[in-house]
Design a protein. Structure first.
Length: 318
């Protein structure tokens, strides 16, 4: 696909307006990112940079494509180059911030998001990203303020309402959380995360029946939503129905075998129902993907130290 597109863009004669041609390529690359077709986007942006080696936006966009492919080092190099060429490139700052947030460098991420906002005070994505970083740091007041700012700039931003709802949920402000998730779904009735969030609020309020209805709505819209299966599995565990929880966690693992949270959750469900062998297997599999996962380590330690099945106890391993 990328080869065909680039061939069409190449042409025979020298471009009459090279700048215009580069802008056309950037537009096509943005469309490729949205599909998503990251390889095509990278190919297009590399072509754009051959034509204009000082185009900071091309580097920033190519960094985004690399990031979404999981190519962190290439992404970071492109963001750095973009900022070397244009120290006021808000897209590069915000994108580098997102990359840093993913790797746990929260303070550096916050610096990048704040810089992007200083350059472009109406850049809603930067506010959303900074709010998410504040949530991770449990600075819920600042997180809510950033999401509120997005709502002021864009009253139809259902994502901002949902994110603020999540902030209220983290802070156990359940009525406020419910109101925000309601508003998000009023704006976008097919917003899966809105139903999941509202379901978790109902679960926190102790109304599991309503919670299950919300998770069912989410799965009706997106039958492959791992978040919805995970949330419903957690609700089944709270209802003390580990078999149903195991079924939902298994759906998650069928869709993503490397999902550590679902693997640990299923291990805990197996342990709850007395299937300690399966629990051990899942805990150990989780540790292959996250060697220091505290829940997996604690689960194994409990089985090896106090398991009702004497043949599974192992004091040395515990």
């Amino acid at each position: 696909m990328a080869v065909v597109v680039l061939a069409a863009l190449g042409g025979g004669a020298k471009d009459a307006d090279p700048t215009k041609k580069v802008e056309e390529i950037l537009k096509q690359a943005s469309q490729a990112l949205a599909k998503p077709d990251y390889d095509q986007a990278i190919a297009l942006l590399t072509e754009a940079l051959k034509r204009d080696a000082k185009n900071a936006n091309a580097y920033a966009l190519r960094g985004i494509a690399h990031s979404r492919k999981g190519e962190r080092n290439d992404a970071l190099a492109d963001y750095e180059k973009a900022l070397e060429l244009d120290s006021k490139n808000a897209l590069a700052y915000a994108s580098r911030g997102a990359l840093r947030m993913e790797s746990g460098e929260l303070d550096k991420a916050l610096e990048d998001f704040t810089k992007a906002i200083e350059i472009a005070p109406q850049y809603t994505i930067a506010y959303l990203s900074r709010g998410s970083a504040y949530n991770i740091k449990r600075d819920y007041a600042k997180a809510a303020a950033d999401f509120t700012k997005v709502i002021e700039l864009d009253p139809q931003s259902f994502i901002a309402y949902a994110n603020r709802g999540q902030t209220h949920l983290y802070n156990q402000e359940l009525d406020k959380a419910l109101a925000d998730f309601d508003k998000a779904l009023q704006i976008e009735p097919k917003f899966v995360a809105g139903y999941i969030g509202r379901g978790v609020v109902y679960q926190e309020k102790g109304d599991l029946d309503k919670a299950f209805k919300e998770f069912a709505k989410a799965l009706a819209i997106d039958p492959k939503s791992t978040e919805a299966y995970q949330a419903r599995g957690d609700a089944w565990m709270e209802k003390e129905e580990p078999d149903k929880a195991i079924a939902d966690y298994s759906h998650v693992l069928k869709l993503n075998p490397k999902d550590v949270r679902a693997r640990v959750s299923r291990a805990e469900a197996y342990t709850e129902k007395g299937d300690y062998e399966s629990g051990i297997a899942d805990f150990q599999e989780a540790l292959k993907h996250h060697t220091n996962n505290p829940d997996a380590l604690a689960g194994l330690a409990w089985i090896w130290a106090t398991c009702p099945k004497a043949e599974l106890r192992d004091g040395k391993k515990a």
